[in-house]
Design a protein around this ligand. Structure first.
Ligand code: SF4
Length: 347
């Protein structure tokens, strides 16, 4: 295709945006498009990198680059307006082994709360629990109590990771840390099944909450288009049923429920789609109707799994993408442009 009219750099800082759960929040994205899970409901869509640990992340996001971006944005938006700085984004924050440093940087730059949203996969590690302890609040996902449902919904990269390990990590974090711990439970229906809101799962989650004793529990369902089309939001009634089961364990004050309206694309996916619609309307049309094949793999592309090369403009599968730093900006490149950059930088 060759259009270069829509160079897109991966946002390390985004917002501020108002959230019902966190107030006015400025987002930090320390592990863009890099995750240890491949959740069926993920609103970011496919990632460039699926890895189980920080040591395996191919492109590390440096804390100095985050610091410079955060400082600049805070000067523009004014820290006093913010309710929190939130480390989350389009990947798993704890996969960045400089997360603890970044949290401390954020606290030095702004007199505001710092929140981290994590998928809980690495809480077994003492180093990760220590890094998270620098935050004021940790919002940790727990979407299953049985191993079968965990593997079906969260699809961890490390298949030997057990839901028991995750619950154990959450218990330890709660015992060791002074940070407030919120457990975030996202309920979904899978086509033809109740997903993670069956009676057995809710009973199992109640038991897990009894052990973890979090400060708060948030229960919600999807509000953005999910990665997999067979994933659907649960009804408000199902959320309230779960809330009433958890209230029996933790009391009413700690349980909060959130509903969703009609599904929309996430900010990340709608930004990518918007660039493509403007930069290459023909590719956009074929992608939407499902007739666009990845030129590298032959795989069918859709709004949740495509990306494009910031250098040559090729539209291709996100799984083939490489993340590279160019002029203090992280961008997505196709394998060919990434190799050229590597050679020209003497790598
Ligand atoms: S929902 Fe979160 S944990 Fe799951 S794949 Fe997406 S970014 Fe990773």
């Amino acid at each position: 295709m060759g259009s270069k009219t829509f160079k897109y750099s991966l946002s390390l800082i985004y917002g501020p945006a108002r959230s019902r759960r966190l107030g006015l929040s400025l987002g930090v994205n320390p592990s863009p498009l890099t995750c240890s899970f491949n959740c069926v409901y993920c609103e970011c869509g496919e990632k460039a990198y699926y890895v189980e640990s920080p040591e395996r992340v191919p492109t590390k996001i440096a804390h100095e680059v985050v610091y410079r971006s955060l400082e600049q944005v805070l000067n523009e938006v004014g820290e006093s307006r913010l309710d929190t700085i939130t480390f989350s984004g389009t990947g798993e924050p704890t996969l960045n082994d400089e997360l603890g440093l970044m949290i401390k940087d954020a606290k030095a730059l702004a007199d505001t709360r710092v929140t981290v949203i994590t998928n809980s996969s690495l809480l077994r590690r003492r180093s990760v629990r220590e890094a998270l302890s620098s935050a004021d609040e940790v919002v940790a996902k727990l979407n299953a109590s049985s191993q079968r449902t965990f593997l079906t919904i969260n699809r961890p990269v490390d298949k030997s990771l057990s839901i028991g390990d995750i619950i154990e990590g959450l218990m330890r974090f709660k015992q060791e840390s002074c940070s407030s711990l919120t457990i975030e439970i996202l309920l979904v229906d899978l086509e033809g099944s109740r997903g993670n809101s069956s009676l057995e799962e809710i009973e199992g989650l109640s038991e897990a909450l009894r052990k973890i004793e979090p400060d708060k529990v948030h229960i919600h369902t999807i509000a953005r288009y999910p990665l997999e089309r067979y994933v659907h939001p649960v009804s408000r009634g199902r959320i309230l049923e779960a809330a009433s089961a958890f209230e029996k364990v933790l009391g009413r004050g700690r349980i909060h429920t959130y509903s969703s309206g009609a599904l929309r694309y996430s900010i990340f996916r709608s930004t990518l789609l918007g660039y493509l619609r403007t930069g290459d309307p023909e590719a956009y049309r074929r992608l939407i109707e499902g007739s666009y094949k990845c030129p590298l793999t032959g795989r069918s592309l859709n709004p949740m799994n495509f990306c494009y090369c910031a250098s040559c403009g090729l539209v291709f599968s996100m799984r083939e993408a490489r993340i590279r730093l160019i002029d203090d900006e992280y961008v997505l490149l196709c394998p060919k442009c990434s190799a050229v950059l590597h050679r020209s930088s003497g790598g």
